[in-house]
Design a protein around this ligand. Structure first.
Ligand code: GLN
Length: 549
């Protein structure tokens, strides 16, 4: 079968949930038995988002093959079972780099190199390169229609209809419909204008996905349809949902999958939506409610920890627990106020991070969790600091990471020799999937139910092998190691109800339909503790435990 292409553009403003829509379309198509792949084409000039500030760009999502990508790829992987890689996202920066490299190599044979056709051809080439053997490829174009920098992308996807075949291309445009509460009215004018705008590039949307606070009634969808040259059933109401995983069901109930397939004159099996429905049902009807503290630096920006938040939600649904996240700014935390800031929580999580700001606060939070038997989960920097805290408090040495104190007496977290050499050349991170062996009888081994795992990394520093023995003699189990035994991938404390940390980022691999075992186990530990302490008593219990010291 020839691959079908669905191009998703957005109008009027950003943050409409275009990425989620593209992901949810993937989910319903996959539920109909198609092999789906998603691609994100971003019009900014950075070659990849790896070095962009989380303040501006949200989380950097890491793929199996080590690409540092936009957080939308995380949505794709959570909704669609295909594993994304380097080829599933590209930016204008990458497009131009390829074109300019080719020009330098003389491959254009002295011709004038231009946006059309050379840049647009390269965009189409990159899209086709990402297709693999998928039945359907959903391409999300970043930015908003009308942006100057997005024009070459729109031109490329316009040409795609002729190049890939008229019957193989479907255009979906995502726009807002504003609900004016005071007047109790919905406003469709911005959608009309946005469709006019995209029409001026030569693209007639086949389907409109309209974002609105509340469901858009049929008469309004009819109005939009007649202004925008589509059928009323091609106007889909993407109203706010409590749970993002509702989206595939909401789309399917309105027949979006049928409309897309109709556009392709293509028949597919009836969809199996039950797994999505079951997930949402479980998430909506929790039996427990746990509060988890996330101690980090960018805590006021929820998108920074997108995959983490989702993974915790998946672990929550698995345990029939509502997971309430309490973000604690590590710069405000120290050992004197840890009990006040963390006392009301059922568990503590330290996520990954870079830069020294707030590290002592994170170390204080780890100490609080360790000493008070509060379930603890450390990820990447969270694991490194758990090692530092343990060696400081339990082994009594002046431990630190050489990332934060280059002249530390005990550089317990450091750059490995191989890594140090790469540093000089500029490329430094351990990125993407690496294998890990789990220790027999460890909690990690029990959680995973297997001896060997593979998880994704994004960091430079490692636990210094010179301290492995000291950690062990003081009672820390190194429960995960690289196959050569050099790199610490997981640690745990057997004397603690739940104290587990990992050097990798398990959140990148958690999916609603298959939650990551480390998150399921962590949420379960929080639930168990709460049940043990008895609901409301938890805050007081934790507080009095501190006061008693
Ligand atoms: N800053 C640490 C390192 O580079 C941890 C990185 C992370 O948490 N992702 O090793």
């Amino acid at each position: 079968m020839k691959t079908k292409f669905v191009f998703v553009t957005g109008g009027v403003l950003s943050s409409l949930g275009k990425g989620l829509s593209a992901a949810a379309i993937g989910a319903i198509m996959e539920a109909r038995g198609l092999r789906v792949v998603n691609i994100k084409a971003d019009p900014y000039l950075n070659v990849d988002p790896g070095t962009m500030s989380p303040y501006q760009h949200g989380e950097v999502f890491v793929t199996e093959d080590g690409a540092e990508t936009d957080l939308d790829l995380g949505h794709y992987e959570r909704f669609v079972s295909t594993t994304m890689n380097q080829r599933n996202s590209f930016t204008t920066g990458r497009v131009y780099r390829n074109v300019l490299d080719r020009e330098r190599r003389g491959e254009y044979l002295g011709r004038t190199v231009q946006v059309i056709p050379h840049v647009t051809d390269e965009i189409k080439r990159l899209i086709q390169e990402g297709v693999d053997d998928a039945d359907m490829c959903i391409v999300e174009v970043g930015g908003t229609v009308g942006d100057i920098e997005g024009l070459p992308f729109l031109e490329a996807i316009r040409q795609a209809r002729a190049d890939f075949g008229h019957e193989n291309v479907c255009y979906i445009h995502v726009t807002p419909v504003f609900y004016i509460k005071a007047a109790g009215e919905m406003k469709t004018k911005p959608t009309q204008h946005s469709v006019k705008e995209i029409l001026s590039t030569g693209i007639q949307p086949d389907i409109l996905i309209c974002r609105c606070e509340i469901p858009i009634p049929r008469d309004l969808r009819q109005k939009i349809a007649s202004f925008c040259n589509v059928g009323v059933d091609d106007v889909i109401s993407a109203h706010d949902v409590n749970n993002i995983y509702d989206l595939p069901v909401v789309f399917h109930e309105q027949g979006l999958d049928d409309r897309i397939l109709r556009r392709f004159s293509f028949f597919a099996a009836r969809p199996h939506m039950t797994r999505w429905e079951e997930y949402v049902h479980r998430a909506r009807n929790p039996k427990h409610h746990v509060r988890i503290a996330i101690v980090g630096k960018y805590v006021h920006l929820v998108d920074t920890y997108k995959s983490l938040n989702e993974a915790l939600a998946h672990g929550g649904a698995f345990n029939e627990a509502k997971v309430e996240l309490r973000y604690v700014d590590s710069e405000e935390l120290d050992i004197t106020n840890a009990a006040t800031l963390l006392g009301g929580c059922d568990a503590v999580l330290i996520p990954g991070g870079f830069g020294s700001r707030g590290t002592e606060g994170k170390i204080a939070a780890i100490r609080f969790a360790r000493e008070n038997a509060v379930p603890f989960f450390g990820i990447c920097l969270g694991m490194q600091l758990a090692v530092v805290e343990f060696l400081r408090s339990v082994a009594g040495i002046a431990a630190h990471s050489s990332e934060f104190e280059p002249t530390a007496a005990h550089p317990t977290i450091h750059l490995m020799d191989a890594q140090r050499k790469v540093t000089d050349l500029g490329g430094t991170m351990r990125l993407g999937a690496f294998p890990c062996e789990l220790a027999p009888q460890s909690r990690a081994r029990a959680i995973y139910g297997t001896d060997s795992i593979s998880e994704r990394h994004r960091h430079r520093y490692e636990v210094n092998p010179a301290y492995h023995e000291l950690l062990r003699t003081h009672g820390m189990t190194i429960s995960g190691l690289s196959p050569d035994g050099l790199l610490v991938e997981m640690i745990e404390l057997p004397s603690h109800p739940y104290f587990v940390a990992c050097q990798f980022h398990p959140e990148f691999k958690s999916r609603p339909l298959s939650p990551h075992p480390l998150f399921s186990a962590f949420v379960k530990a929080a639930v168990d503790r709460q049940v043990r302490l008895g609901g409301g008593a938890r805050a007081d219990a934790a507080l009095s435990a501190i006061e008693a010291k």
